[in-house]
Every structure is written in structure tokens, then in C-alpha cells.
Design a binder for this molecule. Structure first.
Ligand code: ACO
Length: 329
């Protein structure tokens, strides 16, 4: 029987993240696109993004983040009972899953492996499922969120390519006597899916008829959805747990656009500084954005035992969600 098996809750025991070394600045993009650093910074808050090089894939980023999280947790890969990989830019469109590639590479020989796709909300969804699985099965679970969105972009389309970057973040969950992962709100509006779509998959015949399937986004439609749902998720998590915003040490939003976060802050009548932002350095890394931000805060020494943390995401689907954590690593 596993040593953890009598513990009813789950907590985060380790974090890790990884950004590919190659950096593309706004000034680099000025050379190939009709855009300016001033436009990108003023409309998004982004100054640079990390992108993969040829031969570097989603699983490569995920493996690096996973190894760092396992090392931080002091847990060996063979103790894991499950590897969940949140991604919408998997190495293979169908199979094998990126979770299996990561499971194999790190030697998680006793773990199942599954991909989860909730687009940019992938980490809040994966964390929610992982906390239940971890507590039920009494053994550590690895959550990896890894994305290479740069491979879905039309680098001639200035309205999308400036927004995204690549990266991965990971968390190791262990069973716990006290709840570290406390609650989550997960939701979707499947009627609005056309606002962010990549037109490929079994709906489309493999005969080249649809052209190159780049990501297509209606940014103006997503903006108000993001503001409304982020605010809703925050208030729901607070109300359900009898908390006020002042009880929360860190609010970690999906890093899609600084102006979205500013709008949420305005609606909630709090300063934007209430939200942790690293979008200037990493841009929108889809599902990886929340765990990369969480790891940034953690590695900077800004998270103390007992801190309450909210993670909030939104993304294609359209999906939205968030988690309430109490830090007891
Ligand atoms: N550089 C210069 N000009 C640009 C650029 C650029 N990179 N991109 C667009 N423009 C131009 C447009 O062509 C337009 O020109 P026009 O007025 O001559 O037609 C003008 O700037 C304004 O364009 P808008 O689309 O109206 O710009 P807006 O202020 O709405 O900002 C943006 C666009 C940044 C995409 C915004 O709508 C947004 O952030 N929406 C949310 C998108 C989002 O969150 N995406 C992620 C979704 S979920 C996920 O994370 C996967």
C-alpha cells in the first residue's frame, strides 16, 4: 500500500517551468511585419516571446518542466500514478499523446498518461482533475501544461502572431492531510467556439482543400468574454469559500493580454497590481501561462506557507475556469 494512501486531500509538492531559449522581441517582428513595438506593447503589454526552434516539440518543453517539478518535489518519476498533459498543440494531432511521450521520457513507469485539451484553460482543468485523482488513488500525480503555439500561427498575420509564445509549466501533486488544492470553478460556452478555431481534424478531409490550417481568432469577441468570465470565476471561488479578495495573496490570471487584466481590475475596482503579470516576457503561452506564472512567483520567493492563491484562465472552446489553493508545500 502506498505511504500516502490514507490522506484525503491533495496539495502541490513541486513546481517547474521551461521556456525555449530563442527569444523573439517586438523589434524583431518589426523587421518582417507591418507592426511596431509601440502598438504591441500598448495593445497587449507584450515585449517579447520565447519560441521553439526546428526539432523542438511540445513534449520537449513538457519534459523539462516535468523534471524540474519532480526535482522540486523530491519525488521520483516511478512514484507517479498519473501524468496529465494539458495541451492544444500536441506533438501528434491524434496519437500518441504528448502525455505518453512525457511519461516515457521521464520514466513514470507506474503511471497512466492522458492529454487534456481545454485550450488556454488547460491548467485549471487539469489541476482540478488531478486533485481528485491524486486524493482518490493516494499517490502523486504530475500535471504538465506545454504548448508550442508558434507552430499554429501565420507569421504574416500581425493580428495573431504577435500575441503568442511557447513554454511549459508543471506541478507535482501529492496526497495530503490538509487541502492544498481547495476548490475549482470550470465552465464553457460551446456556442462561441468559432471565436478561436484551428480548422483541421477529422471534420476536414486530408486533401488540402481547406488550405494551411492556421489559428484563426476573433479577438474582439474574446475580449469581453474573458473579462466577464475571469471576474465571475474569481467571485464564485471567493463566495463559495467564504473569502474576500483581501484574503487572497496572489491572483494568477491567464496571460493573454494586459488590457484584459486591466479591464477585470477596473470592473472589480482593484489596482491591476493585484494580478500577477509576466506577459511582457512570455506573451500568451496558452495552457502553460498559469503554471509558468505560478513558478515565476514561487522561484522568486514570493509564496509563503498559508498563502491563498487564485488561478484564473479562459481560452478556446470557449472555456474558462480557476482554482483556489492554499500553499502548504
Ligand atoms: N500591429 C499593428 N497594427 C495592428 C496589429 C499589430 N500587431 N494587429 C492589429 N492591428 C491593427 C488592425 O489591423 C486594426 O487596424 P485598422 O483600424 O486599420 O483596421 C487596428 O490595429 C485595431 O485592431 P483591433 O483588432 O481593433 O485591435 P484591438 O484593440 O481590438 O486589439 C487584440 C486586438 C490585441 C487581439 C485584442 O482584441 C485582444 O487582445 N483580444 C483578446 C484576444 C485574446 O485574448 N486571445 C487569446 C484568446 S484565448 C487564448 O489565450 C488562446
Amino acid at each position: 500500500m502506498n505511504v500516502f494512501s490514507q490522506k484525503p486531500f491533495a496539495r502541490i509538492a513541486g513546481l517547474g517551468s521551461y521556456l525555449p531559449e530563442k527569444v523573439v522581441t517586438n523589434h524583431d517582428l518589426e523587421a518582417s511585419l507591418e507592426t511596431t513595438d509601440e502598438w504591441i506593447v500598448s495593445h497587449t503589454g507584450i515585449q517579447q516571446r520565447h519560441v521553439v526552434v526546428e526539432g523542438q516539440n511540445c513534449s520537449d518543453l513538457g519534459i523539462m518542466a516535468a523534471k524540474r517539478a519532480l526535482e522540486d518535489a523530491g519525488i521520483s518519476a516511478d512514484e507517479l500514478c498519473m501524468v496529465i498533459c494539458a495541451t492544444c498543440t500536441a506533438d501528434y494531432e491524434n496519437f500518441p499523446t504528448t502525455a505518453c511521450l512525457i511519461q516515457g521520457a521521464i520514466g513514470a513507469v507506474n503511471a497512466g498518461a492522458v492529454n487534456l485539451n481545454a485550450a488556454c484553460t488547460g491548467f485549471p482543468y487539469a489541476l482540478a482533475f488531478a486533485r481528485s485523482y491524486c486524493a482518490c488513488h493516494g499517490a502523486p500525480v504530475l500535471v504538465v501544461a506545454a504548448e508550442v503555439i508558434s507552430r499554429l500561427l501565420d507569421w504574416h498575420d500581425r493580428s495573431t502572431c504577435v500575441l503568442f509564445g511557447d513554454g511549459a509549466g508543471a506541478a507535482v501533486l501529492v496526497p495530503s492531510d490538509e487541502p492544498g488544492l481547495v476548490d475549482e470553478v470550470l465552465g464553457a460556452d460551446g456556442t462561441a467556439g468559432n471565436a478561436l478555431i484551428r480548422p483541421c481534424g477529422t471534420r476536414f478531409p486530408i486533401d488540402g482543400a481547406v488550405g494551411v490550417p492556421f489559428l484563426q481568432m476573433n479577438g474582439k469577441a474574446i475580449f469581453p468574454f474573458a473579462v466577464r468570465t475571469m471576474e465571475d470565476v474569481i467571485y464564485k471561488l471567493l463566495e463559495r469559500n467564504n473569502l474576500k479578495l483581501s484574503d487572497i495573496r496572489h491572483v494568477i490570471p491567464h496571460q493573454a493580454n494586459r488590457r484584459i487584466i486591466e479591464a477585470v481590475a477596473r470592473h472589480m475596482d482593484v489596482p491591476v497590481e493585484r494580478f500577477f503579470l509576466n506577459i511582457d516576457r512570455v506573451a500568451n503561452t496558452s495552457s502553460a501561462s498559469v503554471p509558468i506564472a505560478l513558478d515565476d512567483l514561487y522561484r522568486a520567493g514570493s509564496i509563503q506557507t498559508g498563502d491563498r492563491i487564485l488561478t484564473i484562465g479562459f481560452g478556446a472552446g470557449l472555456t474558462f475556469g480557476g482554482n483556489l489553493l492554499v500553499w502548504n508545500k
